[in-house]
Design a protein around this ligand. Structure first.
Ligand SMILES: *Cc1c(COP(=O)(O)O)cnc(C)c1O
Length: 354
């Protein structure tokens, strides 16, 4: 494999030539780790539409095992794995109950409705990200020709950086069982939740019929998400993935990074949580910044400083190679490419600007 050292060298040079930025916009900005690059360069590949890419197959088996499901499917994004789940659980004219601010409702272009003729029933969430059980229960439609068929409840964990309480998961499971519904988890950052609760991931995933996990956020893979579920559900998802144009060929090159993500980068999420806590503590000590005690959760800190202040802050921080997305409540996301030293730099610079 004479091309291997060349491709690694090219990547390293590209990274080194980039100015060093402290990018707090999202954990999606993480670059692949060295062991990911090595695994990608060495990956055995085949045509995954024929089911013949050994590395994709290995990733799917690994994800299913880790989360305790029969089967799993690799796709290009979390938006796609969520959509595959909705399309596999629901038929045209069915309905899913979902939080008003949930990614699967608010941030995925209405995909379930656009592409699946599936009606969302959004409900307000509490500050902790939970949807009250009585609201879910009241939204379930009776079997009546006037209504869509309620088929599914979709939760998100973590949501806005907040890990859902473990007893809430059990309570929702009990409710959906009593009403014959399925339960999907948008677990884009579900490993942040398991690390936060100090439980094996299965202690969370066992309450759900399907779980979508992003490999490309805090877990540092460059591309991709997995959807886990029963063999029957994943067969259906595989059909839908092809329909959506999501069938990939030698995708083992990117799946290889996903395997490393699941094997090597889960426990280290605790470092991000520690750094986020440090960031929260540092920002809390700054006069004139309104940082609430509860605005630190897992790997995110929220600054409710208003759009104007956030805009000024973003402009000034940019001059010091610190990037944030200004908003009325600005979200700062900590990840593997943010060190403890970076946190100190950020706190110092914010203090200076404020
Ligand atoms: C990022 C994210 C997704 C979608 O993932 P993409 O890979 O960006 O499409 C879904 N749900 C949540 C909660 C997310 O944060």
């Amino acid at each position: 494999m004479s091309s291997t050292p060349v491709s690694l060298a090219v990547n390293q040079r590209t990274v080194d030539e980039n100015p060093y930025m402290i990018d707090l916009r999202s954990d999606t900005v993480t670059r692949p780790t060295e062991s990911m690059l090595a695994a990608m360069a060495a990956a055995a590949v085949g045509d995954d539409v024929y089911g013949e890419d050994p590395t994709v197959n290995q990733l799917e088996t690994l994800a299913a095992e880790k989360l305790g499901f029969e089967s799993a499917i690799f796709a290009s994004s979390g938006t796609q794995t969520n959509l595959l789940a909705l399309l596999a659980h629901c038929q045209r004219g069915d309905e899913y109950i979902v939080g008003q601010v949930a990614h699967t409702y608010k941030y995925e272009g209405g995909g379930a409705a656009v592409l699946g003729s599936i009606q969302p029933q959004p409900l307000d969430t509490r500050a902790d990200g939970t949807i009250p059980l009585d609201r879910i229960e009241a939204a379930i439609k009776p079997d009546d020709i006037h209504f869509a068929n309620t088929r599914l409840v979709a939760l998100e964990n973590t949501i806005g950086g907040k890990p859902l309480p473990m007893d809430y998961l059990a309570a929702v499971r009990e409710l959906v069982d009593s009403r014959g519904l399925a339960l999907h988890l948008d677990g884009a950052r579900v490993f942040n939740a398991s690390v936060h609760h100090k439980v094996d991931i299965k202690e969370i995933s066992r309450y759900f019929d399907s779980v979508s996990v992003c490999l490309s956020k805090g877990l540092c893979a460059p591309v991709g998400s997995v959807l886990c579920g029963s063999a029957e559900l994943i067969d259906s998802a595989r059909r839908w993935r092809k329909v959506l144009g999501g069938g990939m060929r030698q995708a083992g090159y990117i799946a290889a990074a996903g395997i490393v993500a699941l094997n090597e980068n889960v426990e280290r999420l605790q470092d991000d949580h520690n750094n986020a806590k440090l960031l929260h503590r540092g920002l809390s000590a700054i006069d004139g910044l309104n940082v609430d005690a509860d605005c630190w959760q897992t790997n995110m800190v929220f600054l409710p400083c208003g759009e104007a202040t956030a805009g000024r802050l973003a402009t000034r921080l940019k001059e010091h190679d610190i990037i944030i997305s200004p908003a009325a409540t600005t979200r700062l996301v900590v990840h593997r490419d943010i060190s403890t030293d970076d946190i100190e730099t950020v706190v110092m610079m914010v203090k200076k600007v404020i």
